[in-house]
Design a protein around this ligand. Structure first.
Ligand code: SF4
Ligand code: SF4
Length: 99
């Protein structure tokens, strides 16, 4: 299989084990979307009992709408990798850092 090199930050760890894309504390979505105007949440979070089978794939950060994060440039995340975790009821980008 041919692989494209897409310049995206990776999701190095996600602690939200109940998400359907989570296998062994890693995200296996192709790419996630982070953020709305209120907080840097994982928009791709999908609660479900059946989990993705594409367990070798590493997720990228496709887009981020948290423009008040210092890693955000023109609605994209510019850091190398992010971590995702739960904060209360929210599923958040833990790498978020206010400007
Ligand atoms: S990063 Fe988001 S989509 Fe990926 S496993 Fe975690 S909560 Fe789910
Ligand atoms: S580190 Fe900042 S810019 Fe990158 S995904 Fe998280 S909140 Fe968005």
């Amino acid at each position: 299989m041919k692989h494209m090199t897409i310049d995206m930050p990776i999701v190095s760890e996600c602690l939200v084990s109940e998400c359907a894309y989570n296998v062994d504390m890693n995200c296996h979505a192709r790419a996630i979307t982070v953020g709305n105007s209120l907080h840097a949440g994982c928009d791709t979070f999908c609660s479900g009992s059946s989990h993705t089978k594409a367990a070798t794939r590493m997720a990228g950060v496709g887009a981020c709408k948290s423009t008040d994060c210092r890693f955000n440039e023109d609605l994209e995340c510019m850091t190398d990798s992010i971590r995702v975790g739960r904060v209360g009821q929210e599923v958040n980008c833990m790498t978020y850092s206010p400007r």
